[in-house]
Design a protein around this ligand. Structure first.
Ligand code: HEC
Length: 185
């Protein structure tokens, strides 16, 4: 009888903890709104497919950058530890003992930079608020600061995807066979 009682007690405790776990999980987060999903889901591919029509230059981008980005990233993208990473410089440093990861040294596609900025920056509290033209302009400014394009070069849905990033061929596919098998699933 004592045994049965202990068992019942055990069942009750585990049953309760199950309920507790369920209710906790059930209250985390919420269903995203259609507007949030639209912002997060990106139709833009590295080759430029899906880039929206618009344009901008580094000269215009500098004004936006100083107002909306420089506070965290430094006025010339030099970084501002710990609030915003360095965006400029470090090109050619990845194979050295002191690699510096920036947009210029690391990112393989200019289109991904555009897409990331458009969706995720100016970070907090208002990511995703730059217009299409503003995003072309700040992207141009960051590329210009990295000496990848000229200051007056117009960046738009045709020209930006043609910009070749310095680390374009720096990525190698993972040779482990199981990783490849996973990726194919
Ligand atoms: C409140 C601070 C803040 C502001 C303002 C801000 N950023 Fe950022 N930015 C960050 C942080 C923090 C990260 C790193 C985020 C991460 O890794 O998850 C980041 C990452 C980035 C990156 C990717 C860097 C990399 O190599 O991974 C780019 C590009 C960028 N920001 C551009 C911009 C631009 C352009 C603006 C202005 C429109 C801007 N940011 C405004 C804080 C900021």
């Amino acid at each position: 009888m004592r045994k049965a009682g202990a068992l019942l007690a055990l069942l009750t405790v585990s049953g309760l903890s199950f309920l507790f776990a369920q209710s906790t999980v059930g209250h985390i987060g919420r269903v995203p709104t259609a507007e949030e999903l639209r912002k997060w889901k990106s139709p833009i591919l590295p080759d430029g497919t899906g880039m929206p029509i618009g344009s901008g230059t580094a000269a215009h981008g500098e004004i936006i950058f100083v107002n909306k980005c420089g506070g965290c990233h430094g006025m010339h993208g030099e970084g501002h530890d710990p609030v915003g990473p360095q965006l400029v410089g470090g090109i050619g440093s990845l194979r050295t003992p002191n690699p510096v990861l920036t947009v210029g040294s690391y990112w393989p596609y200019s289109t991904s930079v555009w897409d990331y900025i458009h969706r995720a920056m100016p970070y907090y509290p208002n990511p995703g608020t730059l217009s299409v033209d503003e995003t072309y302009s700040v992207t141009a400014y960051i590329l210009y600061l990295n000496h990848i394009i000229a200051r007056d070069e117009v960046m738009n849905q045709i020209t930006l995807p043609k910009v070749r990033m310095p680390n374009r061929n720096g990525f190698v596919s993972d040779p482990r066979p199981d990783v490849h098998a996973m990726a194919k699933r």
